[in-house]
Design a protein around this ligand. Structure first.
Ligand code: SAH
Length: 220
């Protein structure tokens, strides 16, 4: 596969620069996050027919009834996750097209990414490999279970909304670790939560209203 990494017109670095400026206006201030968003060609993660819209601040279809998260949400969740700086081990639930994975792979030492739709995972893997992002392990499985083999994690990011936070994810968080997850019923109001594990308990912050695809049970 040959990717058009550089991009022209609506996929050019200039368009990406405008996206980053918008993110700053929307309150994203972590310069490492902004830099990764500038350096990552979002258009290569979507179908060519949609690539001219890749830098709009909206969620777009990636097939299988799933969407690529809007740039603001990707930036916001990453910023919330990296509140105390670069992390060593991060678990991502919902690889999807791999865009969020690409951002995480640049800002952390290692990403463990779980996806329940095999075809999406395969596509994401190929693109991330072509982008030379190799500090990623992939699991085809149900994210409700986390990834016990590699726990504990310094950070966990969930890209699908669950009615409640799955217990294994709380258990697989290191002390001091941070879990960022949209919580809410499918079709109902959802709120982005940041949960920090303390020595004896968990601190929960309710951050902002969001709209995610559902966190589905089992593998597809
Ligand atoms: N960050 C991704 C978001 C994709 S949408 C992107 O920008 O492309 C959410 C993803 O979560 C979908 O790919 C969906 O298949 C996946 N997902 C939903 N429930 C899951 C589960 N239980 N385990 C693993 N992945 C899940």
């Amino acid at each position: 596969m040959t990717l058009d990494l550089q991009g022209i017109g609506m996929t050019s670095p200039r368009t990406r620069k405008r996206m980053v400026k918008r993110l700053e206006e929307q309150g994203i201030s972590d310069t490492n996050v902004l830099e990764a968003m500038f350096n990552t060609p979002r258009h290569v993660f979507m179908d060519e027919a949609l690539s001219s819209r890749a830098y709009e601040d909206t969620a777009l279809p990636i097939g299988f009834n799933q969407t690529i998260s809007q740039p603001y949400i990707v930036a916001k969740m990453t910023e919330l996750l990296l509140v105390s700086g670069r992390l060593a081990k991060v678990l991502e639930i919902g690889t999807g097209c791999g865009y969020q994975t690409a951002i995480l792979a640049q800002l952390t030492d290692h990403v463990y990414s779980v996806e329940r739709i095999l075809a999406l995972q395969k596509k994401a893997k190929d693109i991330l490999w072509d982008l030379k992002l190799k500090n990623i392990n992939y699991l085809y499985g149900d994210g409700h279970l986390g990834w016990a083999d590699y726990a504990p994690f310094d950070g966990i990011l969930v890209a699908a909304a669950a009615p409640e936070v799955p217990e294994p994810l709380l258990q697989q968080l290191a002390v001091g670790g941070v879990l960022v997850i949209p919580v809410g019923e499918n079709g109902g109001p959802q709120v982005l939560q940041r949960i920090t594990r303390t020595a004896l308990s968990y601190k929960v912050e309710h951050l902002e209203a969001v709209s995610f695809v559902p966190f589905l049970p089992g593998k597809d």
